[in-house]
Each structure stands twice: as C-alpha cells, then as structure tokens.
Design a protein around this ligand. Structure first.
Ligand code: ITT
Length: 197
C-alpha cells in the first residue's frame, strides 16, 4: 500500500509504529512531515473510541489512510486509574509530573498490590472510510522509584517480571516484543496481511 499517516505527534509512538508496520506501506508519515497540524479532543470513553476519533480526524483532514494509538496505564490499586487519562494524569501532564503523582498515590502500597497493565488500542481508518481496530495488553507492576533511560511515559516505573527490568531499561526491540502497542500492532499487521492477499 502507498502511504500511511500516523495520527500522533508522540515521537516514541511514531517510531514504534514505523518499526512494526514499515513493511506494509511505502511511506509512513507523521503530521509534521506533511505540514498538518490538528488537535483532536479525546472525548471518547474508551481507548478504542479515542483511537478511532484520532485516526478519523487525521484521515479526513489528509485524504490518506491514518493510524492512531490510544493507550494508557491501568493500576489495580487505583481502581484502574489513570486509564484513558494517562497522558493528563497530573496537572502539568509531563511524563515527570505524571510519574511523580503515580508514586505519591502508591506510597505505602506493598509490592504484591502494585499490579498494573498497559493497554493500547490501535485503529486504522482507510481513505474509503473502512476501520480496523486491535487491542494489546501487557502486565507488570509499579516500582517504588524510576529506573532506566529508554522508552517514554511511565516506562521507568513499569516493571516486567520476565525481563526483570523496567520498560525504560529494555532496548526498543525488547519493548516491541512484549509491549501492549507491539501486540496491538502485530495483530493489526495480521489483519492487514489478510486484506492485501
Ligand atoms: P497522541 O494522542 O498524539 O497519540 P499521547 O501521548 O497524548 O499521544 P495517549 O493520549 O494515547 O497519547 O496517551 C497515552 C499515555 O499513556 C502516554 O502519554 C503515556 O503517559 C502512557 N503510555 C502509553 N503507552 C505507553 C508506553 O508504551 N510507555 C509508557 N507510557 C505509555
């Protein structure tokens, strides 16, 4: 297929999407690369609704196939928060402030009650209006202090029991192999493969 527009300005996400879907499209472009600047209000009540909202807005504005991811962190001890509000958990909304607030809220919570998962919903809206969505989850637990330099968002606090490392200590390829977004994108790749054949 020809060109795919990524409906996101999150650099870490766009890199992950390019790595995994690169073989399906000749060009995978970001909004900046085509000079498109739109803000989409994430007014949905689920990851899926928000992913479709974002992909549709970018597809409509560009006339291209567009892919969006809506994702977040679900913490059991916080009743599922921050969930779909993960990017805007703290007032500042920066990764640093979000991580600080998460640690504050989990102060005194013992290790076995710090279970959490990342969830990602990925949606492609094709230029003919058809929609494909997939979802991926990855399980982990929230550390008591940040460690690692890679990744983004809550990665320095999100610990994987198999690698025995935080997501921020994983290489990009290791993260892709187990992450919520990696899983959702591979499921999407399977669906795309069937469409192309
Ligand atoms: P776009 O809407 O432009 O795609 P965004 O960062 O605002 O970018 P979301 O609305 O989907 O994206 O919010 C996702 C938030 O969830 C993100 O900002 C992180 O705080 C967290 N998150 C999602 N996936 C993550 C990952 O792989 N590693 C760390 N944090 C992640």
């Amino acid at each position: 297929m020809d060109s795919l527009l990524i409906a996101s300005n999150n650099k870490a996400k766009t890199k992950e999407i390019k790595r995994i879907l690169g073989k399906f499209y000749k060009n995978i472009l970001t909004p900046a690369e085509i000079g498109l600047n739109i803000e989409v209000d994430e007014t949905g009540t689920s990851f899926e609704e928000n992913a479709v909202l974002k992909a549709k807005a970018f597809s409509d504005a560009s006339g291209m196939d567009a892919i969006a991811d809506d994702s977040g962190l679900v913490v059991d001890a916080l009743g599922g928060a921050p969930g779909i509000y993960s990017a805007r958990f703290s007032r500042e909304g920066t990764d640093e402030a979000n991580n600080r607030l998460l640690l504050e809220k989990l102060k005194g919570v013992p290790e076995h009650e710090r279970k959490a998962r990342y969830i990602a919903c990925v949606a492609i809206v094709f230029k003919d209006g058809k929609i494909l969505t997939t979802e991926g989850k990855s399980e982990g637990r929230i550390l008591e202090s940040p460690i690692g330099e890679n990744g983004f968002g809550y990665d320095p606090l999100f610990y994987d029991e198999n690698f025995k490392k935080s997501y921020a200590q994983l290489t990009p390829e290791q993260k892709d192999s187990i992450s919520h977004r990696g899983k959702a994108l591979r499921l999407l790749a399977d669906k795309l493969e069937k469409i192309i054949k």
